[in-house]
Design a protein around this ligand. Structure first.
Ligand SMILES: *Cc1c(COP(=O)(O)O)cnc(C)c1O
Length: 292
């Protein structure tokens, strides 16, 4: 969309999309090229050209990467696979300003951090900015496979009927599911409950972190998108969690990701903490066994 936008605007040389190290944008051909990591791209070349990655949080490298051929900056407001790394609000505002200054588009990937996950409908709302293009999926279907691309009228102006499309795009079943999910998640009361429960979970997580310093280092993240930075191998913690009947998922930077359902109850939070604590005890007492 970004490329077509500039093509139609008489700037066909603007094709490059700048992304960030540690990013994850999915596993399509374009998405693995955007992330650019060895893990994502190995054996899947040749890669789609026109993407480059700059170190996360390196303003100088970012500004140096912007040129006459830049079309857009693409970023996750909270890196998910990258290890639950929230972009500070000031940085998101800075990115918005940088894009405006250079006349390029800001593309936000809210596939993992959007749809109420951080306690606002979209994570970027915390920074008080708006993107030009945004990808949304996962939570938007509440378990049903559904994704959407949102854009401002200006950014999407070149996407006229027949320009681009998808066989299943706009299918009535998927859209009906999405509408039903939106009715719940966009409710301010639902979102304030997410924020309250997020506070509770975060506060309770300090228990296992303080109690198991050999296993956990710190809690990071925002809303119900939290990460436990581990000292023990994160894979061991995840495995021990399975045994204690709590499902977590590993992420980069030796982090264990906690992405509970937004409908989790207070009792379930307490229960999850107890199970995480049991998992940590297991890792401490039998590290070899936990990883076997
Ligand atoms: C899950 C996810 C995607 C989509 O991944 P696919 O493997 O293509 O389904 C894109 N971006 C982010 C940030 C994600 O977490």
């Amino acid at each position: 969309m970004a490329r077509r936008h500039f093509f139609d605007a008489g700037q066909p040389e603007r094709v490059e999309i700048i992304a960030f190290e540690g990013a994850f944008h999915g596993r399509s051909s374009a998405a693995i090229a955007a992330a650019g990591t060895e893990k994502m791209t190995r054996g899947f070349g040749p890669l789609l050209p026109g993407f480059r990655q700059v170190p996360w949080g390196d303003n100088e490298a970012l500004e140096a990467a912007i040129s006459d051929t830049t079309a857009a900056i693409l970023i996750e407001p909270v890196q998910g696979e990258g290890g639950i790394r929230p972009l500070p609000d000031a940085c998101l505002r800075g990115l918005r300003a940088l894009c405006d200054q250079h006349g390029i588009l800001l593309i936000l990937d809210e596939v993992q951090c959007g749809m109420g996950r951080t306690g606002r409908l979209f994570a970027h709302e915390w920074a008080g900015i708006t993107p030009d293009i945004m990808m949304v999926a996962k939570g938007i279907g509440g378990g049903f496979p559904l994704g959407a691309v949102l854009a401002t009228e200006a950014a999407a102006s070149a996407m006229t009927a027949g320009t681009h499309g998808s066989t299943y795009g706009g299918n009535p079943l998927g859209c009906a599911v999405g509408c039903a999910v939106m009715d719940h998640i966009a409710d301010p009361e639902f979102l304030s409950e997410v924020r309250r429960k997020a506070g509770l979970l975060r506060q309770k997580l300090e228990g296992p972190v303080a109690g198991h310093p050999q296993v956990f280092e710190e809690v990071r993240g925002t809303g119900l998108m939290l990460g436990l930075k581990c000292r023990a191998p994160n894979a061991d913690v995840v495995t021990a969690g399975y045994d204690a009947l709590v499902i977590t998922v590993p992420a980069a930077d030796n982090v264990v990701r906690l992405l509970p359902p937004l409908t989790i109850s207070d009792d379930e939070i307490v229960e999850a903490i107890a199970r995480l604590d049991a998992a940590a005890t297991r890792v401490e007492s039998a590290p070899e066994k936990a990883s076997a």
